[in-house]
Design a binder for this molecule. Sequence first.
Ligand SMILES: *[C@@H]1O[C@H](CO)[C@@H](O)[C@H](O)[C@H]1NC(C)=O
Ligand SMILES: *[C@@H]1O[C@H](CO)[C@@H](O)[C@H](O)[C@H]1NC(C)=O
Ligand SMILES: *[C@@H]1O[C@H](CO)[C@@H](O)[C@H](O)[C@H]1NC(C)=O
Ligand SMILES: *[C@@H]1O[C@H](CO)[C@@H](O)[C@H](O)[C@H]1NC(C)=O
Ligand SMILES: CC(=O)N[C@H]1CO[C@H](CO)[C@@H](O)[C@@H]1O
Length: 422
Amino acid sequence: MPKQRLITLANTYPLLFFFFLLTSHVFVVTSKSTIEPCSNSDSCNALVGYTLYTDLKVSEVATLFQIDPIALLLANAIDISYPDVENHILPARLFLKVPITCSCVDGIRKSVATRYKTRPSDTLANIADSIYAGLVSADQLREANSISDPSVLDVGLSLVVPLPCTCFNGTDNSLPAVYLSYVVRTVDTLAGIAARYLTTITDLMTVNAMGNPTINAGDIVSVPLPACASNFPSYSSDFGLIVPNGSYAITASHCVQCSCGPGNLNLYCTPAPLAVSCSSMQCANSNLMLGNATMQATSGGCNVSSCSYGGFVNGSIVTTLYTSLQPRCPGMHQFPPLIAPPTSAIDGSLFVPAPAPTESGGVGSTTPKTSVVPLIGSLPGLAPANAPAGSTSSSPLLIRPLSSFPSAIILYLFINLFLMAL
Ligand SMILES: *[C@@H]1O[C@H](CO)[C@@H](O)[C@H](O)[C@H]1NC(C)=O
Ligand SMILES: *[C@@H]1O[C@H](CO)[C@@H](O)[C@H](O)[C@H]1NC(C)=O
Ligand SMILES: *[C@@H]1O[C@H](CO)[C@@H](O)[C@H](O)[C@H]1NC(C)=O
Ligand SMILES: *[C@@H]1O[C@H](CO)[C@@H](O)[C@H](O)[C@H]1NC(C)=O
Ligand SMILES: CC(=O)N[C@H]1CO[C@H](CO)[C@@H](O)[C@@H]1O
């Protein structure tokens, strides 16, 4: 039930509205989300878990969140080499991880870069609950856009859609992590979420400052995902890049693609397979390209030279040549498995874990773009960088953003009822 309608009703017919409230359960349903206080103006990479409300093209989902369609695909390890992949139609109820930038706004972490253009027959409730799948509430939309009368929503308004996100210093238990804001469904349990994202109930309870493991549909839980951090200099435009295990990211104006896992959590970057013109990706004083390595077995061990990505600075791709002597020569680099653009949403929920590269012929699996990337295992100089946008994170607060609304109305109704009874 759209809450803005309830407000109007409450002002006009308090008694009637009170009985309506008694018979509905609107006022007991309050959602919780994890709020991270912040003080810096820094930002971090974060993800929101989004379930498609209808069939949408890749580019349409990207437009909903004002993000790059390629970034959306790669964050979900979807193969971007499919022809016309941006116009591929994704099925309703598919679950996607949407990469967003998490900022610090009015002292708390949130993302405010997303705008939605209202269409005929939109209501705040349907924008919040359906189009943005519960990532925002109608009340939050009303507040963020100072809408005094939500019952009249003009067509073509550009609404700010505040999205929940957390950074927590880019770490979880001192290891690099990216946080996924996950909207709890009726069928979810904390144990189920922990199992799906390979974490523990304890960790989820700590991250979300929960006193007990109870979650309710509509709550938004922050889920830490192990990730590969970068150590680009602070003046690079992709400073703080951090890529979750099992996924890819695009950077340097679509010239460079970085991936994380599965063998280790060292960020691994190569030229991106997109037809764009790029500055040189060759390491100085060598014939190695980004991601290339040479190995030479010597009596003292394996002499490994590798060409690594060092950030995007003033429109140039920074490359660094690392040479090291390792006990033995690393094997071929394993990439996170890519999946074909999804055509059906299994069980309306999620991505089944991508099949391991060895399980050839797994459903929808495709081989990564080996054409661009011959590579090796652990590269020298690519240790996890411990350099996410360093924020000072204080402990999280669990608040109930909607709770003030129903109690205020209920109080108002009681007063009205009392006065009428006199
Ligand atoms: C990264 O993902 C791979 C494949 O899903 C998994 O085997 C590995 O344990 C993960 N690493 C971490 C640190 O979670
Ligand atoms: C390792 O290889 C690099 C480049 O191939 C070379 O410059 C260097 O001298 C070698 N180091 C050793 C210890 O062999
Ligand atoms: C980037 O360019 C600006 C001016 O265009 C210059 O002041 C700055 O030093 C450059 N930064 C680097 C790291 O080269
Ligand atoms: C933030 O993360 C860095 C490494 O990424 C770590 O050195 C630092 O202690 C962390 N700060 C806090 C407050 O956790
Ligand atoms: C020597 C070597 O491995 N060269 C490769 C470096 O990477 C480029 C593109 O990533 C490949 O095309 C080269 O074959």
